[in-house]
Every structure is written in C-alpha cells, then in structure tokens.
Design a binder for this molecule. Structure first.
Ligand SMILES: *Cc1c(COP(=O)(O)O)cnc(C)c1O
Length: 372
C-alpha cells in the first residue's frame, strides 16, 4: 500500500469543477490584485474566526511580519516565542532587527510553557508569539494574562490551527492578531502561497492594510515604510470555495485521530508510542498527527520502505540553528524542545484516508517494534 504523508489530489478531485470555475471568473475579470475577491475572503475568514477584521497577505510568514510591524516592534526590541516551531515564527522577529527570546515548550502539548514567560520578560519585551503547534491552541489564558500585566502584545501563530478552539474561542481571536497560512499543506491550503491576519482591533487592521501596500493609504503617499504583501485574487477565489468544506475536512482529521488512538491501543502500542494529547478545553484540528516514537529514525525508514510517508516536524530547534548562533544559546538551553526534536514523527492524517489506510499504518508500526 502507498500512503503519502499528504495527498492533495484526492481533495482536489472532490471540488475540481467548483474551483476551476472560481479561477475562471478571476481570469475573465482580469483583476488580480486585491479587489472584491480578496475583500470577500477577508470577510469570510473574519466571520469564521470571530474577529471584526482580517487582512489578506502573501503568506503566513508575512502575516507574522506585518503583525509585529503593526504592534510597533522594531530594532532592539525583544519578542518571546518558542524554539520548537517552523522557522518563520522566529524569522519574522529577526527581519525587524528585533531579538527572539525563546522559552521552552510543554512536553505533552508541544506548545509554549506559560510558566516560563514571566522570567523571560525584560523592559525591552514588546510581544509574545505563542504557536498553536500541529493544530492545538497554546495555553492562552495564562499567556494573555502575563502579557497584559506587562503591557506587551500577543500575536498568535495560528498558521497550523485554523478552526481550532480553546474554551469555545477560535484560534486567531484571542491575541492582538492571529496569523494564518494558506500554504498548500495547511488545513486550508491555496494553490500556492497565501496568508491572513485576523484582529479585533480597528487600528491594527488599518495599520496592516496600509503596511501591506508599502505603507500607503492614499496612492503614492507613504506614511510608513511597508512591504508588498497581498493575498492574490486567484488564491482568494480558490480559498473561498475551500473554506466551505473546511469543517468537514477537520471532522475527517479528528475521526482519523480517534481511529489511530483505538488502533494503536488494540495493537498494544501504547507503551511504545506516545500519541498526541488534547488538553482539556481544546478542540484540536490535527494539521499534523505527531507521535513520540523510540528509535524514531529507524521507524521512519521502515515505514518508508512499506510505502508510508512521514515527516519530522521539526528536527532542529531554533536556538541551535546556525543563523541564531549569535543569540548565545547552546545545546541544553531548552531540554524539552531538544528531546522533542529527537523523538517526534508526524503520520498521515488527511481527511481522505480510509480505515484500511489507518489500519495499515498501525499494523506496520506494530510490526516494526515486534521486529526489534
Ligand atoms: C506554515 C507556517 C508558517 C508560515 O507560513 P507560510 O505561509 O509558509 O509563510 C509560520 N508558522 C508556522 C507554525 C507554520 O506552520
């Protein structure tokens, strides 16, 4: 059996004609930059997430960058985030000549450990970026409470978490801004790069809407130095179609996660492989189904040989990346992140997987450990 980590073709087949006709409309109109399609998608995402505003941008990375610019992060400022994330989270901070200050994660949820934030705050701290990793919200109540006490902004990296909720509130509606990515492998994926920033704050909305067009409100008059970062009308048209199906696809991911849980238990894998835990109050959207596995690299090679695609998200934490040598961290600075990077393995979880696929994955993992 051949089971890739993600199969976008199956999803595309199910909505092909609808998507092609949406693309055709944009082509017929020849309006590619901003305009009604982008505005419509911004309104849809704002309504979905439950914020008053949303700004369509070119990528999730730019959603983070524009958020930081809008809340006033600049050279010499510090922004607190986690080392166990995709590079973009830390990269956006550094692009503004600000300094990423890392705090370790919780071993069970893979998300920011809120008990470590307080001691990382200095007079230069301007913002905190919790990451809702793999599709589960970070502990936002403690994070926003600490941020409020110190007068710093919270920017949610919700790039993997569209549709996730914490105590009934959507990811992206809890911080000053929420950053989303429409990279094809995300739960709501476009046909290329794209992103969105949500916010409840009119002033932040206005700032980001201006900053994404070179800091210009009135054409050729520049109030701030911005960037060029817009969601393409073509992407907006595709995403508008796909948004209708998002909750159904999320249900499919949850169903698959529940089935893995049952299958792993039946196969006696519970004392070998640690399955992802969903914290009380969280509704997980499983952008990834990430387990901790002993002999991880050998398991990965074995599964590859059996036709099963997996990935390591993420093998090298930010604080030990070559480009961050100057920050002065070393191996040992963030033990939970470091151990996690050595143990994690993400398994196929997309909605179109069948019961047979899931059983095969569980069987092959069980076979691997039996052979050891
Ligand atoms: C995907 C992702 C991003 C960046 O999104 P792009 O659209 O690829 O720029 C940022 N943070 C996290 C956690 C992500 O998973």
């Amino acid at each position: 059996m051949n089971i890739p980590l993600l199969d976008l073709k199956a999803q595309y087949q199910s909505i092909r004609s609808e998507v092609l006709s949406a693309i055709e409309t944009v082509c017929d109109e020849q309006g590619f930059i901003l305009g009604p399609k982008v505005t419509e998608m911004e309104r849809s995402v704002a309504a979905y997430v439950g914020t008053a505003h949303a700004v369509g941008v070119a990528s999730g990375s730019d959603a983070l960058l524009l958020s930081l610019m809008a809340v006033g992060v600049g050279a010499g400022d510090e922004v607190i985030t986690v080392p166990f994330t995709f590079f973009a989270t830390a990269g956006a901070i550094s692009r503004l000549n600000a300094k990423p200050v890392f705090v370790d994660i919780c071993g069970d949820t893979f998300n920011m450990d809120p008990s470590l934030i307080e001691q990382a705050i200095t007079p230069r701290t301007k913002a905190i970026i919790p990451v809702h990793l793999f599709g589960q919200c970070a502990e936002m109540e403690s994070i926003t409470a600490t941020a409020k006490r110190h007068g710093v902004a919270v920017i949610e990296d919700a790039c993997q978490a569209i549709g996730a909720k914490r105590h009934g509130v959507m990811a992206g509606a809890m911080g000053e801004t929420g950053c989303f990515s429409f990279f094809p492998s995300k739960n709501l994926g476009g046909f290329g790069d794209g992103g969105m920033v949500t916010t409840r704050d009119q002033a932040l909305h206005d700032a980001m809407a201006m900053l994404r067009v070179h800091g210009s409100h009135v054409r050729y008059l520049h109030e701030r130095i911005g960037i060029n970062s817009r969601l393409d009308a073509l992407q907006a048209a595709v995403l508008q179609v796909k948004l209708k199906y998002l909750d159904r696809w999320t249900q499919g991911r949850r169903r698959n996660a529940a089935q893995y849980e049952r299958l792993f238990k039946e196969a006696g894998l519970n004392d070998r492989v640690t399955l992802p835990t969903t914290e009380k109050g969280n509704e997980h959207v499983f952008n990834q189904f990430t387990v901790r596995a002993p002999q991880r690299d050998a398991l990965r090679a074995y599964l590859k040989d059996k036709g099963i695609g997996t990935e390591i998200y993420y093998p090298v934490p930010m604080h030990v990346q070559t480009c961050y040598r100057e920050l002065g961290y070393r191996k040992g600075s963030f033990p939970v992140s470091e151990q996690t990077a050595e143990e994690v393995l993400s398994l196929p979880i997309y909605a179109e997987l069948t019961g047979q696929h899931l059983s095969y994955v569980a069987e092959m993992i069980a076979a691997f450990y039996r052979s050891r």
